[in-house]
Design a binder for this molecule. Structure first.
Ligand SMILES: NC(=O)C1=CN([C@@H]2O[C@H](COP(=O)(O)OP(=O)(O)OC[C@H]3O[C@@H](n4cnc5c(N)ncnc54)[C@H](OP(=O)(O)O)[C@@H]3O)[C@@H](O)[C@H]2O)C=CC1
Ligand SMILES: O=C1O[C@H](COP(=O)(O)O)[C@@H](O)[C@H](O)[C@H]1O
Length: 475
């Protein structure tokens, strides 16, 4: 097995990526295809990919898996072939100390160890690494979920910090690598028009929505104990919120950006400090989405009907600082819904007053700004004079497509890891803060203080939830 080097030299384009759990779903579906988009745009990179898993795999089979996954997302054939030819396989049991030592010895140089394994295995392997010691030049890529609650995330951080510097730990949240989240930075900070109005004086509410038509898709092993709150709100949506509401960083680097994200999550509190009433939860029952019949969630393969798993979660929080106090921020995500709706929605306060003779008998219409999280688009609903009667007022939508980004989110995340730039990885304190926000909600749900409602697959969620009113207008 050969080891690439150089991940430590700034700007180096030669690096070694060791994928632990290389026979798994994440590797085949997201990691390698993401890397393919990175190599498509930056073909000069020489990445040596070492696949590692507990079952042996022929090197030729691993190389073919690498080659086809890279080309599936547009990596040129010759770059994929060269990368595949460098790839190697290592059979390892990550929970066996000797086996893990053997892997580290075989890598023999700087590398990224990417844990594409279940969280229990990643944590167990890190406990062994704490004993063995981490060879210099190694970085760790850790998938979500990071811990299972605030206490376990804190303990995991303490374990890691005992043997590796925080700058070498890359906690993955692929939403930070999505083009729209990156686009929010330019949209917010490079436009003069938003700066004076981006605060509680002018903004009435914020909604971050990630509704999916996808149902469980065979992921009960993970999802049935996580649920929508942990799967989407604890990690992704709180960070999307933080990017939307943070102050302007002095520069876009890992320290500044993450300090600013941390300021937002540290100031975030559950609305009215009432977890039971600031949240809602529901689970899908049988229904139809387009041409698909979706079974009742509890009839999905491997679901434990005894788990009160929610497939739709909503949580309202407040960022309690001088800029945002009093503005409700609702985070919502669910599966098996009628439409994919991935949006940050900013609802402005209506004008305080309309001149007499304009919009007679009409109430002022609040401006609404929607940043679509794919396909990337921005839409602003403004108020204009009526088309038929200029004395009326009516809403009109202006919209524009945003750049789709040069690569898939996992390509962006891997680029940061390979280059040693933690800009888009979740810092340890931020991860703990996100758990601190949702832990009381989980406790309230476990105590049954918030009812577990139902909705038919393919619907908009429980009929009683007041959602259509809020964002029907910008479609
Ligand atoms: N799949 C996805 O869409 C996403 C996954 N993630 C995260 O990525 C991680 C991996 O998920 P996923 O790929 O779906 O999981 P899989 O179960 O598909 O893959 C995990 C792999 O790890 C191997 N493994 C388990 N135990 C050991 C061990 N002791 N030593 C070496 N290898 C081991 C498994 O082998 P075996 O089969 O023999 O057990 C399997 O090949 C999880 O943390 C998940 O939360 C995050 C976002 C999306
Ligand atoms: O991390 C996750 O994200 C996906 C949604 O993100 P996408 O980039 O795949 O659209 C979600 O479906 C999944 O449940 C969650 O684990």
């Amino acid at each position: 097995m050969t080891a690439g080097g150089g991940v430590d030299e700034p700007g180096a384009r030669t690096s070694t990526l060791v994928i632990l759990g290389a026979s798994g779903d994440l590797t085949a579906r997201l990691l390698l295809p993401g890397l393919g988009t990175l190599l498509a745009g930056q073909p000069e990179r020489e990445v040596t990919i070492i696949g590692a898993d507990r079952e042996p795999m022929e090197t030729s089979a691993w190389r073919e898996l690498v080659r086809s996954a890279l080309t599936s997302t547009g990596c040129p054939g010759e770059v994929a072939a060269e990368t595949a030819d460098r790839a190697a396989w290592q059979t390892v049991d990550l929970l066996d100390e000797e086996s893990l030592r053997g892997l580290l010895g075989a890598i023999g140089g700087p590398a990224v160890l990417y844990f594409a394994v279940p969280p229990r295995i990643a944590q167990g392997a890190c406990e062994l690494l704490a004993r063995i010691g981490l060879p210099s030049g190694i970085r760790l890529g850790l998938e979500k979920p990071f811990g299972t609650d605030g206490a376990s995330a804190k303990a995991f951080n303490e374990l890691l910090h005992g043997f590796v510097a925080e700058e070498r730990v890359f906690r993955v949240d692929h939403f930070l690598g999505t083009s729209t989240v990156l686009n929010v930075l330019g949209f917010r900070f490079a436009n003069r028009v938003w700066r004076p109005v981006w605060n509680a004086d002018n903004i009435e509410r914020i909604d971050v929505i990630f509704d999916e038509t996808l149902a469980l898709e065979g992921r009960a092993g993970y999802y049935d104990t996580a649920g929508a709150l942990v799967d989407m709100i604890q990690s992704h949506l709180l960070l999307v919120m933080a990017v939307t509401m943070m102050e302007e960083p002095a520069r876009i680097d890992a320290t500044e950006l993450r300090d600013h994200l941390a300021h937002v999550v540290r100031a975030t509190r559950i609305w009215a400090d009432e977890p039971a009433t600031a949240s809602r939860r529901a689970r899908y029952t049988a229904g139809r989405i387009g041409e698909r019949n979706v079974p009742d969630y509890v009839d999905e393969p491997d679901v434990d009907p005894g788990n009160a798993t929610e497939t739709l979660a909503e949580l309202t929080v407040e960022v309690r600082n001088a800029h945002w106090a009093g503005v409700p921020v609702t985070l919502r995500s669910g599966k098996a819904l009628g439409a994919d709706r991935h949006q940050i929605m900013i609802t402005f306060r209506p004008v305080a007053h309309l001149p007499e003779g304009l919009g007679a008998d009409q109430v002022a219409i609040p401006n609404q700004l929607v940043l679509d999280l794919g396909p990337d688009r921005v839409a602003l609903e403004i108020t204009t004079n009526g088309a038929d009667d200029w004395r009326d007022i009516e809403a009109t939508t202006m919209s524009a497509a945003l750049g789709p980004g040069a690569m898939e989110p996992y390509g962006q995340i891997l680029a940061g890891m390979l280059d040693g730039d933690p800009l888009l990885s979740v810092r340890g304190d931020i991860s703990e803060e996100c758990w601190r926000i949702i832990d009381p909600v989980r406790r309230a749900w476990q105590a049954n203080e918030t009812p577990l409602e139902t909705y038919p697959a393919g619907s908009d969620g429980p009929a009683s939830w007041p959602r259509a009113r809020q964002w029907a207008s910008v479609d």
